[in-house]
Design a protein around this ligand. Structure first.
Ligand code: MN
Length: 296
């Protein structure tokens, strides 16, 4: 089941080339603020995502090509992110000559948070801030969407807390400033194009992911090479914080991170989950004097 947000807060299910609009069935006001309706739906169906597909007879249906897809969860309780989390990426960071990037893997370093407001959708461009002399890098990551919440979730129960998966880009300005600031610019957390419910992802320990920039392959990996695996991430995050329905966990990047510039087109494919295809444009907002200090 592919759960989408579209056309100004409507919620739907993608079936083949069409979107079934479940907004009215679920009692959603698309214009409501804050826009938490998808979080409420995830909570409602946390244990039974397959039930989303029931009672669709007579609901409005639109061609997928005619709708504007939006960030599937734009008002979660939190966006948790794991740092370098694939064996090959750790080797790459150790080789880095800039010394800007931590050598520590997620198993020794834990996790961090990205601003919820950095989330953007599959139809939105990535907007670069006007910062001179700094690189903005792409990080291609599988996103876990939490269904049932909880605290101190044990490893053997962790999979039961997953509602679904999505494609996520963890964009970052390289440098030594606080990571949350470098990773939290608006549009620095594209998510989508939908949430693929967990019942449609039979083996999350064997998912291919790749990222291309202007057609050139930059990142390629499989979730079997995760250092901290999916149950361990849920266990670790929930040891610190209560997880809530709709929480997003960015599972860390594989090797091949690199700079992007205005005019680039990024295509990220996570097999069996989805594909994001995003333009990179130059923005005018985002400058601050802090970026004029030396990066090292
Ligand atoms: Mn990352």
């Amino acid at each position: 089941m592919k759960l989408v947000r579209f056309n100004g807060g409507h919620v739907g299910l993608v079936e083949g080339t069409h979107v079934i609009d479940i907004t009215e069935r679920e009692g959603i006001d698309p214009a409501a603020w804050p826009p938490v309706s998808i979080v409420q739906i995830i909570a409602r169906y946390a244990q039974t995502p397959q039930a989303l597909a029931g009672n669709v007879e007579g609901l409005p249906t639109l061609p997928l090509a005619d709708v504007r897809l939006e960030c599937p969860i734009d008002w979660p309780n939190k966006v948790i992110a794991f740092p370098a989390n694939y064996h090959a990426h750790i080797e790459e960071q150790k080789r880095s000559k800039t010394g800007l990037i931590s050598n520590f893997a997620a198993n020794g370093q834990g996790f961090f948070l990205k601003s919820n407001s950095s989330l953007s959708g599959p139809s939105d461009p990535i907007i670069l801030p006007p910062i001179k002399g700094r690189e903005v890098h792409h990080e291609c990551e599988l996103a876990i969407i939490i269904g049932k919440g909880g605290r101190d979730i044990p490893l053997e129960k962790a999979i039961d807390h997953i509602f679904g998966y999505s494609c996520l880009l963890d964009m970052v300005v390289r440098g030594k400033e606080e990571r949350v600031m470098r990773k939290s610019f608006d549009t620095f957390c594209p998510l989508g194009p939908w949430i693929m419910t967990a019942d449609k992802v039979p083996d999350p320990t064997n998912i291919d992911l790749e990222l291309r920039v202007n057609g050139d392959l930059r990142q390629k990996a499989n979730t079997r090479d995760l250092i901290v695996d999916i149950p361990a991430m849920i266990n670790m995050a929930s040891s610190t914080m209560t997880l809530f329905p709709g929480d997003i966990i960015a599972t860390g990047t594989p090797s091949g991170v690199g700079p992007i510039v205005a005019g680039d087109r990024i295509v990220s494919v996570i097999r069996g989950v989805g594909e994001l295809s995003l333009d990179v444009i130059q923005g005018e907002q985002g400058f601050h004097d802090i970026w004029n200090k030396p990066a090292t």
